[in-house]
Design a protein around this ligand. Structure first.
Ligand code: SF4
Length: 324
């Protein structure tokens, strides 16, 4: 019996009105997360990962247009939700950890005020100040913050980058939401604490049974953290499989390129990058958006968009090299 999905995105298109025209960023994204599952969304910076996640919370900038697609969360269509339902979704059901903890925290309020407000508006506790304070302290303690009572009195600028990110994780997990979206949560942190933060997220989602979407440009991080991986290129999902299968048997030329770009600790073989860069979304390439960078490109790749087909037991790929 298949596990029911908590989130189901179908054929999502997101465009942005800009001075020079319309940027067609997302071009038919299909994405699914099951209950308690840890899913990675991997691709180069600028490929549309954050746009996909911001669409789920409906926090895209005003220039964004969604001409087509569906986002179903726990059976409800997010794109047609009213303001009140959206507030409930953002406060109680889905939490997001952003890349930059400094921008995510308000500099003029103490950590305590911010974390207590998050808990209060999430509706998980009655408006009893003592209960809310205790939940906040526990959340900080769960995130391995030393002396949480003192941290509650600090302002964000008084904490290091790693501690600010822990505060954001504490806020995200204190609300007991069903889905946690972590958008490059370690990009702005020192290498020494990246591992600690990832371990913390992994342990906490495991304990609480929360579903996780981890957005990352690093396949190495996705390998450590996820059960299943979606690979995205220029606003399209190009491959999806279990994490093990993506590493053992990658099909799409872009996924193979990403894997070849990972430095090898053993020193065997040189790492090879993917030549070229992401296309201009004002005028994206016709057919397969990857064709200008693909060594295997064929004439049909320039004309038609490759369908996303199953090639092997749940492993899907969008490439004309495979016929399903
Ligand atoms: Fe390369 Fe063609 Fe496959 Fe696109 S569809 S990845 S251009 S072979």
């Amino acid at each position: 019996m298949s596990t029911p999905s908590i989130l189901n995105i179908q054929d999502l298109h997101v465009w942005f009105r800009v001075y020079g025209g319309v940027m067609k960023v997302l071009d038919g994204v299909d994405f699914e997360v099951n209950h308690g599952e840890k899913v990675g969304l991997v691709g180069e910076s600028g490929c549309g990962k954050t746009t996909t996640m911001k669409s789920i919370l409906r926090i895209l900038p005003r220039q964004a247009i969604i001409p087509k697609g569906k986002i179903i969360f726990q059976g409800h269509e997010v794109l047609t939700m009213k303001w009140r339902e959206l507030q409930e979704l953002r406060g109680q059901k889905i939490s997001m950890i952003f890349q930059d903890p400094t921008a995510a925290l308000n500099p003029v309020f103490t950590i305590g005020e911010q974390i207590k407000d998050t808990i209060k508006y999430s509706g998980i506790a009655e408006k009893d100040t003592e209960t809310i304070k205790n939940i906040a302290i526990k959340a900080l303690r769960d995130c391995a913050m030393p002396d949480p009572e003192r941290i509650m009195k600090n302002y964000p600028f008084q904490l290091s980058g790693g501690m600010r990110q822990r505060v954001c994780i504490a806020m995200a997990l204190a609300t007991a939401s069903n889905l946690l979206i972590a958008d490059e949560p370690t990009t702005n942190l020192d290498v020494t604490i990246q591992d600690q933060v990832l371990n913390l997220i992994r342990t906490l989602v495991q304990e609480k049974g929360t579903s996780l979407i981890l957005i990352t440009h690093s396949l190495g991080v996705a390998r450590e953290m996820t059960d299943r991986i979606y690979v995205m290129y220029a606003g399209r999902i190009v491959e999806m499989a279990s994490t093990q299968e993506i590493f053992e048997k990658p099909y799409h030329p872009y996924t193979r390129g990403l894997l070849n770009s990972i430095p090898k600790l053993t020193g065997e073989g040189m790492m090879v990058g993917i030549p070229g860069h992401l296309p201009n979304y004002l005028n994206p390439p016709s057919g397969c958006r990857f064709h200008p960078r693909c060594d295997d490109a064929m004439p049909e790749c320039r004309i038609k968009k490759p369908p996303f087909i199953e090639v092997n037991n749940g492993h899907k790929v969008a490439c004309f090299l495979y016929k399903g």
